[in-house]
Design a protein around this ligand. Sequence first.
Ligand code: ADP
Length: 692
Amino acid sequence: MTPERSDQPASPGPKDAVHVVPRMPEPDIAEFASESVIIFDTEGAVHYWNPASEALYGWPALTMIGRGIGHLSTRSENEREHWRMLLQEGTWQGVVSRRTPSGIHIAVDIRQYVRFAQDGTPRDVIEYGRQSLSDGAVPGADWHIPDRLMAASWEIDVSASDALIATIARLRDEAAAEAQLNARYKDLVKAARIVNVNERTMRLVGGNRGRDLMIGQPVSGFWPLESRATLGELIVDAMTGKTEDATYRRQMPSDGILRDPLVTVWRAETHGRIYAAVNGTVDDDRSYVYLRASEARYRKLVHHMPIALWQVDASHMGRIYNDIRASGVTDFGAYLDEHPDLVELAATTVQITDVNRAAVQLLGGASALDLMRPVGYLFTVNRRSLHNVMIGRFNGQANYEEITKVETLDGRVLDVRMSVTYPKVLAELDVTIFSFEDVTERMSMEAEIRQLQADFTHAARISTLGELTTSIAHEINQPLAAIVTNAETSLRWLSRDDPNVEKVKALTARIAASGRRASDIVQHIRGMASKRQPERVATDLNEIVQESLIFIRHEIESQSIGIRTNLARGLPSTMADRIQLQQVVVNLLINSVQAVEAHSAGKREICIDTHRTENGALAFTLRDTGPGIPPDDIDRIFEGFFTTKEAGMGIGLAICQSIIAEHGGSISASNHPGGGAQFRFVIPVEAPDGSA
Ligand code: ADP
């Protein structure tokens, strides 16, 4: 096709009749034309100047009406000669140089036609113009014409439908029933292929798919259903019309895209091709077939959304799911595990029909076309995610979300939050929307913070162990001393004349027990000292309390502090990190021991209590007979680095708080009415994220 025809406006002519050249613009139609339409009087003064002329030349109509053509011309001396020739010959076509208000010269492709009065004398001159392509302009690209002024233009190939057109022509002659004709008209539109479309058509019905994806497609895929028969009828009119330049037009009902669209069809120079131009303003009536009406706006919105979006047509999968459901399958996850080929089918056949700019940016594509493929490439790193998406659709969910990984076109792997919005069951269009949000940075930051926290907790444990060296040494020395004593006694029994084997047996058993005990303690300390990832296992809170007491037994005994425990029986276990919980209990115990130690007067006691709360959580309470916490400090003691001790670090309680919070619980401090401090933590039996 000749490019300058691609933006061809509706050719002018009376509204309801076939019209033959010369094309006579009715000013009201010219108002909507995408081409510049100017009417000059025979003297060359501007009589009419349409909005497209304003857009092209930059001169408002008001300033041009009445002015001579010389005002526009860059070489007005030639203009007079040209005008004389034009009036003589009746028509002229070519490229001229025109002047804009800013002084720039633009090359314009113009066609001028003289209109004659009844008596044969020239009446006026109509000029159609648009920026010349020889000027380096791309069709449409440099035309800053407001959207509503442009016609949505199409070049359509109907060369394969000669037989069908002939059949329709015959049926018309036979005055066939309308329904019969309409069916044929629709067939014709289905068989008609898009050769080219202009910007406006693309924007209105092509979405972001771009021209390339419309070209070669059946016109019916993009033409509103309501007016397909009318288009077919106009095509037959144009193809069977006597004169080549005749234009055929129909006013059509609003189709939800344009209000009262006016479609004009005429035959192209190339055999078997026709042009169609649709004029009309974008339908803004929100009450009208909402889906189509908002499509243009929706696409624009989606296109500029800062979040990466993919539009997917999975309608055929929807049908497959229906069949599977009908066959009685309810656990689709299990079904997919048995039929992995179904996931592969989705990966290779579910087509992406649209993507926005952010999507192209996220995956590093050159254009939307790079991403307009079957969905499989979104799930190369994590096929399981596609599996999950399919289950969501099968189960009729409204949406689905997960954190997954996606590979960019240049091979990077991103952590993304994928959200899928499924079509409503009875929606007119089967459109699934995928959005991907890059969370790579956030994830790595979170991982770093987690690592820092782990390092810190570990450092605190080591420092706690440092404080406990006497206790630990004592704890290990005890069984070692027992081993030595028992071994010596055994030796004595053995060295007697009648060795007492029974005694030796009993003593050896004690030696073994003491050895195991020492090894248990070493194991514990190693656990506290080791650097490891926290892990959640079924943990018994009472066991934690007892193990923790071992660490500080020596301190307690040497300070003559009494320990009273009241541990509830039959507590359920909780999913927790043993070492971390132990760290909390040991920290609280050390603080209490230190508090009691510093408090010379009164009873020296630490009471520990465990129980189940009313709502089923596990509670741990520890009370000491120390001085208690000064009321001013009570809000601050959980802050990092808050300490009232000379050699204190002030991190013990802060770590306790973060560990308990990580376990989904809470910790608090108070002063007991009877004196001393009281600490209490509560943790749920279930892990906070529901996982192990
Ligand atoms: P540190 O023990 O190094 O000071 P912590 O975070 O464990 O750090 O404790 C912070 C502060 O809380 C202590 O300095 C002390 O003032 C107060 N505190 C903690 N436990 C008790 C307690 N059982 N009795 C009184 N005050 C306490």
